[in-house]
Design a protein around this ligand. Sequence first.
Ligand code: FAD
Length: 503
Amino acid sequence: MGVDKNGLIRDVRLPFGLSDDEAVAEALRREGLSRSSKAFVLRRSLDARRKEISEVFTIALSDIYSDFSYDFTEEYGKKKKVLITGFGPAGLFAAYLLAGYGFCPTVAERGKPVDERVKDVELFWKTGILDHESNVQFGEGGAGTFSDGKLTTRINDKRCRFVLNTFVGFGANKSILSAAKPHIGTDALRSVIKEMRNKIVSLGGEILYNTKLTDIDIENGRLSSVYLNGERKQYDALILATGNGADDTYKMLMKKSVAIENKPFSVGFRAEFLQSDINIAAYGKNADKYDLPPADFQFFTHLKEGTVYTFCMCPGGYVVNSSSDEERLVTNGMSYSGRNGSNANAAFLATVSASDPSEALFMRRKIERAAYSLHGGKAPATLVKNFTEGTVPTSFGHVLPTFLPGVELTAFDSIFPKNTLSMLRQGMKEFGKRFFYDPQGVLTAPETRTSAPMRIVRDDSFCAVGAYGLYPCGEGAGYAGGIMSSAVDGLRVAEKIIGIKSD
Ligand SMILES: Cc1cc2nc3c(=O)[nH]c(=O)nc-3n(C[C@H](O)[C@H](O)[C@H](O)COP(=O)(O)OP(=O)(O)OC[C@H]3O[C@@H](n4cnc5c(N)ncnc54)[C@H](O)[C@@H]3O)c2cc1C
């Protein structure tokens, strides 16, 4: 062990369940450091693989260790007039940074403020009546507002810490700072988003709701005008943080002289199991012995046709209707901060690729329409056993679906292309062998929006190739996947506009 040059004591393995203070005291004792050293738990992760469950800590000595942050007192040259379209994590964090440096950005969001949006979404889940501008994908907070609020990411970027600190500063539970798999929960996330928006406004930012970017003009390789709800406006810079759900915005961009490249994406369904069964599969005998958090799982298998994997696991969560287009069906998952629902769910996905971006949009639309057409808004569902055997179930077993407004038992054959279906079948069999087999697990289709189906190519200045002044940003532009990486990309783009030199 020992203290490294960043002031960290790593890999401190301790019995499960110690408080942060107890863990710090024990780590300092083992290092022979005095208890008066200013130290705190930077990270704690559960190790449930052994007979006795333990936690592995990273302890930071605060006189050496410091989190990355921005110095908002620094002045940076000319304050450009910036428009941000889309108020998901990418747009939110770009706006927050720009506002902090006195840029007074304008945010145009096609959907409604979060409280109004929640009402629209609840109505949709109850009745199936969709507001195509205010739903699980569109509106203040973006796609992740009705989510598990998982903040895990594969990117290793110093800005992740800034994102976590900012969320905590605006009301998220402090535990996200040290949890190895931090999550906020949809309930807490909504209030954090409101607090951040209020701060942006208090710093001179402006938020325009029900305001859609409908067009752009590019002249001589520069962005010359933008159109908001059809009205022409001029800005020095446009941050395009419109997510991966807006087909109309993608189509508008594809008509412009902006470089857009193909990108593989994934399609599949949500798999739902009893949380108690997942706990036993993950924790074994320890499941009842300790007061453990609801377990999660992650699975992938490489097949000759591509990869099948699980994604966005929501322990104690709900499968949610995430459609944003009429007569199309999209599933996703969410959970509340307590993660105390009786089911666990995860996306179960196969990688696919199209010959070009418009074919990619066509492919996902075809799947979403096919799913909708089966039962007019009620989601098609099947059971693990029937899916793998290619039969149709007649009733549910011990796992009851959580999707609203409801599901109908059916086969998935008419929803997915044959090769995708075959990959998902092989993957599900492998999952059953390697991790967990419950023949009565419920599968609800289709999950199509976990990643962007294209990338808007940007240059070193982060502008779109062919459109100086246009900054593609976040998940929809193909530079992020998930809340954390989208927020980080929002920060990186804002840094470029402000003039902050950072890696
Ligand atoms: C139900 C659900 C659960 C999820 N759970 C998690 C999770 O637990 N953890 C995780 O990391 N990720 C999760 N995700 C994915 C995550 O939400 C996204 O990766 C993330 O929100 C992408 O951020 P973004 O800012 O790039 O885009 P988005 O969040 O998609 O935001 C884009 C915004 O742009 C707006 N917009 C679109 N077009 C226009 C236009 N033309 N003009 C103006 N505004 C426009 C939209 O209304 C939207 O608000 C979940 C997604 C869903 C749908």
